[in-house]
Design a protein around this ligand. Structure first.
Ligand code: HAM
Length: 419
């Protein structure tokens, strides 16, 4: 665990400012959960047969027979908090971000600490592939604006309760056939949690796993189409990625899409960020059957990747927007516009649930945005966007290729001339 002195903490504050700035533009509000949670929460969510739960948690007795642990990650605590506060009954889509320390009893080395810090984002309440891509877009914007050079994104699907059992069975059978060549860890977990072998760093295990069955070959139609749609939307936003059929994550709550970002020049600890869907976790912890996804970035690793580079201070958002549309025809165009507006500095959200225009306007009102940008069938065919100023109720129509320049003009023509 390390101490941070002023010459370094200045960089930390700049980086945290960048995280807040990006998260706010994507409609994510800050959540702060305790550093300590019941151990049982991590066992149930991260999984009993994972490195984190097996050997990396700082655990101590609480009251009665209960044990408590310093949080090794943030997702489980966020879901627990949402369940306790009844968030899922109120919000159709809850978006949160967090910044703070996590604790894992790992062997310390460059980029690996026992107390480390994450910037994380969680979006709970939807299975729409746009949510996965929105999270990846948020991550991209944060990394780019912080100045990290040459990072790369890999995605994969680990399947769901529908398709994973068949894959697990096939993998377990394959591993049984090569058992004597596996490392002790993989041999021990071979039947309880065979997927962990995909993650093993032992060169002999890696070679065996490469030649074995892959999750992608077993995906059910839902998981396969989810992965395909995510790839399409990523391409639409010009986010470069590779498909890594051997990627599984070190936590068991993932379903369907998973992703990882690696940075160059970071040696063996080059995973800067990781995340994915956890569509069954809310239900497993006693809540409704709702989809969710998220990611976390390791800030120590990001700082290592930035080396001596100056981190630019984050500006305030330029204004708040809601992008409303009717019907699925214009979805991908609207999603691309959403990403461009966020990158340009606006706080902006749109509906992923296919709700009516009326319901979307109600949501925009609730969010107290400054402007709604409406693009229904009429606007789509005339290649325009209708702006509604939520304070004055005034509407104007602009060509869709002039949306950003018109918004910037509105900003500079305000009486106070500022934000
Ligand atoms: P994770 O992959 O375990 O995912 O951790 C995310 C990032 O935290 C890693 O990519 C790495 O940069 C950093 N990290 C992990 N362990 C250490 C360490 N010992 N020292 C320094 N940095 C470290 C999660 O934690 C999930 N909760 C991500 C997530 C959020 N999935 C869905 N929502």
């Amino acid at each position: 665990m390390g101490d941070i002195f002023p010459e370094e903490s200045r960089r930390w504050r700049l980086l945290e400012g960048r995280a807040v700035s990006a998260a706010v533009r994507f409609g994510y509000g800050e959540i702060r959960t305790p550093l300590v949670e019941p151990t049982a929460l991590f066992v149930r969510s991260i999984g009993e047969d994972t490195d984190i739960v097996e050997k990396e948690m700082f655990t101590f007795p609480g009251s009665g027979k209960k044990y408590l642990s310093l949080r090794p990650e943030g997702t489980a605590g966020v879901v627990r908090a949402c369940l306790e506060q009844g968030v899922f009954a109120r919000d159709t889509l809850a978006r949160y971000f967090y910044l703070g320390p996590m604790f894992r009893r790992e062997r310390p080395q460059a980029g690996r600490r026992r107390q480390f810090h994450q910037f994380g984002a969680e979006a709970l309440g939807s299975r729409h592939p746009a949510l996965d891509v929105e999270l990846i877009d948020l991550l991209r914007i944060f990394l780019d604006e912080s100045g990290l050079p040459g990072w790369s994104l890999a995605v994969n699907s680990v399947g769901c309760p529908e398709c994973r059992p068949a894959y697990r069975e096939r993998l377990a059978a394959y591993l049984a056939g090569v058992e004597e060549k596996l490392c002790d860890n993989c041999r021990r977990r071979r039947s309880a949690n065979p997927l962990r072998a995909l993650d093993c760093k032992n060169p002999a295990c890696r070679k065996l796993v490469k030649a074995g069955p892959k999750p992608l070959d077993f995906l059910c139609p839902d998981c396969a189409s989810h992965l395909a749609e995510v790839q399409d939307l990523l391409t639409g936003l010009e986010i470069a990625f590779s498909l890594d059929p051997l990627m599984v994550r070190g936590l068991d709550y993932y379903t369907s899409l998973v992703f990882e970002v690696t940075g160059p020049g970071l040696g063996s600890q080059d995973a800067v960020a990781g995340g994915g869907r956890y569509d069954t976790l809310i239900g497993e912890l006693g809540g409704p059957d709702l989809g969710a996804a998220g990611f976390s970035v390791g800030l120590e690793r990001l700082l290592l990747g930035l080396a001596e580079k100056e981190i630019p201070p984050a500006p305030d958002p330029l204004g708040s927007l809601y992008l409303a549309g009717i019907g699925p025809e214009g979805f991908s165009a609207q999603f691309i516009l959403l990403s461009r507006l966020r990158r340009r500095g606006f706080a902006a959200v749109m509906d992923y649930a296919g709700r009516s225009l009326k319901a979307q306007m109600r949501e925009a009102n609730k969010l107290q945005v400054e402007r709604v940008l409406i693009r229904g069938p009429e606007e789509l065919s005339s290649r325009t966007v209708r702006f509604k100023d939520m304070e004055s109720g005034k509407e104007t129509t602009v060509p869709d290729n002039e949306v950003i320049s018109s918004l910037l003009r509105c900003l500079t023509s305000r009486p106070e001339g500022g934000q």
